[in-house]
Write a protein that binds this ligand. Sequence first.
Ligand code: NDP
Length: 816
Amino acid sequence: MNLMEIFETMEYGPAPESSAPGLAWIKEHQPFGLFINNQWVKPAGGQYLDSINPATGKPLAQIAAANSADVDAAVAAARAAFGTWGKTPGHVRARYMYAIARHIQKHSRLLAVLESLDNGKPIRETRDLDIPLVARHFYYHAGWAQLMASELPGYEPVGVVGQIIPWNFPLLMLAWKIAPALAMGNTVVLKPARYTSLTALKFAEIMQEMGLPPGVVNIVTGEASQVGEALVSHPDVNKIAFTGSTDVGRSIRRATAGSGKKLSLELGGKSPFIVFDDADLDSVVEGVVDAIWFNQGQVCCAGSRLLVQEDIADCLVEKLRARMEKLRIGDPLDKAVDIGAIVSPGQLKEIQRLVNQGVEEGATMWQPSWACPTEGYFFPPTLFTNVSPATTIAQVEIFGPVLVSMTFRTPAEAVALANNTRYGLAASVWSENINLALDVAPKLKAGSVWINCTNLFDASSGFGGYRESGFGREGGKEGLYEYVRPAWEATIYSSSAALPSTNGSVPSSNGHMTDDDEMDSAAVTASDGYQATYPPIDRTPKMFIKGKQVRPDSGYSRNVYNLTGRVIGQVGEGNRKDIRNAVEAAHAASGWAAGTTHNRAQILYYSAENLAVREDEFARRIVQQTGCAYAEATSEVQTSISRLFSYAAWSDKFEGAVHRPPLRGVVLAMPEAIGVIGMACPDAYPLLGFISLIAPAIAMGNTVVVIPSQQSPLSATDCYQVLETSDLPDGVVNIVTGERDTLTQVLADHDDVDAMWYFGPAEGCKRVELASASNMKRTWVDYGHPRNWLDTVQGEGEEFLRESTQVKNIWVPYGD
Ligand code: NDP
């Protein structure tokens, strides 16, 4: 082709990146060993797996297939290393992490080539996005290592962390996991995905090269059934961090339930890409390319559902088809290629299966006229129109270059369609009207919202999901808390001696008040000396649902006993139906989250005021139930009042942050209410336990369904009147009394409950974690180690606020 012909057609010429350095590195090292204690070791079973180049379908390398003995060795190495790494000063850790970032940059091209060879993604993406972000993650977290002591006082590393990553961003996911873990002083055993281990192995070599202490990072390659499962169930692993499919996330939740292992899950998505009719359509088209054809659509937060305002739908679809016709598919090492290969034949088959199903379900499929390469695993960009929201392709994560498009008329309809999924990872909103975009963003159930942009990532801005997209955040300050725990937990977890004296177990009365001092009895002496004892006026606390006192559905009541076994009252015996009604009421009160923080603060202050008026009555009630000294009971009431003040104070101060990632724009990191939180209160501190849980949750805008102390529920039921007289809207707090574990199970199983807190025996904690896997609700449990609720370090503060919120990052670029 001569110059004039090229000028006429404007065809791209080939722009190949050489694979030679990558192939040479592989040849020099293979078969690859496992990286344990800074040594390359052979797998115990002597087995190896082929790693395939998806662009050719040919074997690329042989990697070790570890088994559980190798996992044991890696965990032992990490445990031994934790002894010193966990105590290494932040500044020293920061120096190591800074060195890691520098070394990543020094080897950046080799890493990019290896990633493209192993995964099939275009070199343009590995070179310009994956690897620079990997370096950025280590730089950013080097900063947190340096600042940990001053910025996270009272926190310590978790210990040995097991990390399991997928194949779609192999090195980037490694960085998202390892950087925060090391910064906070943990040691790591990481399992790369079976298909894509090469860059993790190159990373291991870099660790050796820059002299990271042995055992701090261990890389164990192999299959899920051998390595992944062994890591998840290993008794000496303190935390599991996982990215991958929702199904595997669910099984990991179940496998770790009750073990006390910390868990973060970054799972699948079906993210909406919402286009309003005033959007700049040419930018939208490029946005769609980045949303769904970037990385062949194998992106957990891919904008795979295009929601377009009806009046511009035809025009946008036409523009999209024209653009798709120009996309270039082929050799991932060609710098002019837009779409590379799908990671494996199995994944390719699954994409094809779902596309066929879309056609069978009646949607209209469109693909460009050009053909894919016949060698390797390629799939063309695909657009579905005429899609109904309930069909499989509109609901299931396809994890391929397949876009489904639907239309809407109004912003409200757009939000409803966007949220019509079990996932909640990300969303994009396109409109030239910033008022509209910023109004819609908070209404979307998604951890990241991109306004007039998409698929932007930065270490400073946390990433993670709502609902079945998982829980926990990676990146940002919020991501650090996944790798630390409060220092006081260590004392409590290692001994039960820290149990407070008033945990319901027979503290003696100091004589201020006797057991006979019944609150409702009335002795009257007449003028002639005749003494009449009136029977007490019956007070049977009922359930508190939707702001009303309602009788239990069962029609049964349960006795409440004091410590001498005497009946001191009765409460309703709640059942499944009461819980369902309470959850419904809590949902109906969701407007609470949209109210002002000032108003929430006012109501909490008002509750404190109303509780203070009845301080003596509440103290007596505590004595009556627990037998503690009156002075202790008074202290519990006063601490409860102070706690209400604390969360009234926090409600307009736990505000989030504005990040400045390296782009022209800002990211608003906003802590949002989780939704409906179910909570089972501790038996100890019947009033303070109740207040300590509901106050932070409602301060942050959640609505709650509370099961009060089973042993001593009367303090919580006495609070009805306090709440009613404090202008709390109906349904924000709902109280169901009864058997804690039966009611908890219903709440934990309920798909419309977004989080479950449980402060009770270890067995109950395990059941809550197990049940939560049904809708991946967030859980917060104490594994049977009661905290001291009177202590302000253990009983209140930011830990409670973080458990009450999830951070949404809203990306707002600016400039024309
Ligand atoms: P998986 O969730 O199966 O795998 C992710 C990682 O977990 C891999 O390292 C895998 O190991 C490991 N793993 C798998 N099962 C277990 C287990 N029981 N215990 C411990 N570790 C385990 O994803 P797939 O690779 O199979 O992809 C399937 C689907 O998952 C995709 O089609 C996509 O829908 C979704 N996915 C979502 C991702 C996301 O970022 N949200 C990323 C990848 C996939 P191994 O590689 O050896 O199997």
